[in-house]
Design a binder for this molecule. Structure first.
Ligand code: SF4
Length: 464
């Protein structure tokens, strides 16, 4: 087990970033004397030699897309090396434990799980009973995700693929290498559609400032001039985050950064926006999701359409960019909601700030979702399809399902053509007016609006 490659770490997809799902387990396992191999299958093939030498394979599956790929990789490992223990770790592994432990996986870990991954390796090495590994779900027993503070180590990145292979920062002056760190994990909030609350149940854990700064330093040495804070919500602990970016700016004044925070936090901590901008913040991603107060209420998002408008005003005053993420297709979103969303994006000069894929996002309902026991969900809910890792649902207005199919296909083709987002937006407007029957505003006014500015972004659109 301690030989090079005795443990195989696999990342399946991490939103285009160099995977923390490899770097952090590598840091923990190396500190314990193991020498794992690490493969990011979103960037390189997994060859047979690496599979053959592994006694433990740990696959990081933080989200739906990653799990879909992860199950295929697990099948390949099972076929090539049947005695290798396969552990899947991450939010989506926990939500789908029953299905995964019926075949694709031997064990599941979730939450603050890296120390337990080390315990798993030690137990396999010593031939000990795996039931003693804290937080480890096995075919015959389920364990709760781990919600205990870890003694963090600095993520290990030396053997990962170069940062230049991953999402870069694109801005008016060109393209720059970007790195990604986390300053906290979990979340204080319980939004019903999010996969994090079933795992963290309203808790979050800060990663010590010195650990995060050491990780940033390493990525700067590897060429990064921009850092993405990949925390679920960077403003769950505003004091920690602000002190961190102040110190980062003192040490590396050339670094810019972006982070994700909910609308409610951006309103509550509006006074921090100028300080964040001064420390190098270029943009903030926020889960606007919908402009329908009814939908926002069902999702328990903690904000209203009016709050979104206020936050946009605050960002304009602070000369910062807000990049909204959306869930336009829910069982409760109406055709006019969709149309109004497009109007809003255009009127508020957000066309270049919203990735086209966001206009096609349809709410996934995984096992354990907080939406499952909502009365508003029951009329629409279909069966659980275990191998799809989600429940089916149908919109009461068939035009919305048709619109979703057309927009998804258009966005996918546009991404292959590397089409500019404003062109894709115009296509979506046309599809919308064709299916919903509303007239699209003139293309000319929108194009003029968009040409006025160039919004900073990462080069890879994200798919959950
Ligand atoms: S604030 Fe964001 S990360 Fe937290 S539960 Fe809501 S959607 Fe999930």
């Amino acid at each position: 087990m301690r030989q090079p490659g005795g443990i195989l770490l696999v990342s399946c997809y991490e939103l285009g970033h160099q995977p923390l799902g490899l770097a952090l387990p590598l840091g923990f396992l190396e500190a314990a004397g193991f020498r794992p191999e690490a493969v990011d299958v979103s960037r390189e093939p997994l060859n047979r030699a690496r599979i053959a030498s592994a006694r433990l394979a740990a696959l990081s599956v933080p989200m739906h897309t990653a799990l879909r790929l992860g199950v295929r990789v697990a099948g390949l490992i099972r076929q090539e090396n049947p005695s290798c223990h396969i552990c899947l770790h991450g939010h989506y592994a926990a939500l789908n434990a029953d299905y995964l432990l019926s075949g694709p996986a031997d064990s599941i870990l979730a939450g603050e799980c890296e120390a337990s991954l080390v315990d798993l390796a030690c137990s396999l090495e010593a031939g000990r009973d795996l039931s003693e590994v804290s937080g480890l779900s096995l075919p015959h027993r389920r364990a709760a995700p781990i919600r205990r503070r870890l003694r963090f180590v600095v993520p290990s990145r030396e053997r990962l693929r170069p940062l230049a292979n991953y999402a870069s920062l694109e801005e008016e002056s060109g393209i720059r290498i970007a790195g990604c760190v986390q300053a906290s994990r979990g979340c204080l909030h319980l939004c019903r559609h999010c996969p994090i609350p079933p795992v963290y149940q309203g808790r979050f854990f800060v990663i010590p400032r010195e650990v995060v700064l050491a990780d940033i330093r390493r990525q700067v040495e590897l060429g990064a001039t921009h850092i993405t804070f990949g925390d679920p919500d960077f403003l769950n602990g505003p004091g920690h985050s602000l002190a961190l970016v102040a110190e980062m700016h003192r040490l590396f004044p050339f670094l810019t950064f972006d982070f994700t925070a909910k609308i409610e936090h951006l309103l509550k901590h509006a006074s921090l926006l100028p300080k964040l901008k001064d420390a190098g913040c270029l943009f903030v991603v926020s889960a606007v999701e919908s402009l329908s107060d009814r939908v926002l209420n069902i999702l328990d998002k903690g904000h209203t359409r009016r709050d979104v408008e206020t936050v946009l005003d605050l960002f304009q005053s602070a000369r910062l960019t807000l990049r909204p993420s959306l869930v336009p297709f829910t069982p409760w979103s109406t055709p006019s909601d969709y149309s109004e969303l497009l109007d809003f994006v255009q009127e508020r000069d957000l066309v270049d700030a919203v990735e086209p894929v966001q206009f096609s996002v349809r709410r996934l309902i995984p096992p354990g979702s907080g939406l499952l026991d909502q009365p508003a969900m029951s009329p629409h809910l279909g069966a659980l399809v275990p191998e799809s890792f989600s429940y089916t649902w149908k919109h009461p207005d068939e035009r919305m399902d048709r619109l979703h199919r057309r927009v998804s296909s258009e966005v996918e083709q546009a991404a292959h053509r590397r089409e500019a987002s404003e062109e894709t937006f115009l296509r979506i407007r046309r599809i919308c007016s064709e299916i919903i029957g509303r007239t699209a505003p003139a293309a000319r006014s929108m194009t003029e609006t968009v040409l006025r500015r160039h919004v900073p972004r990462l080069t890879e659109s994200w798919f959950c």
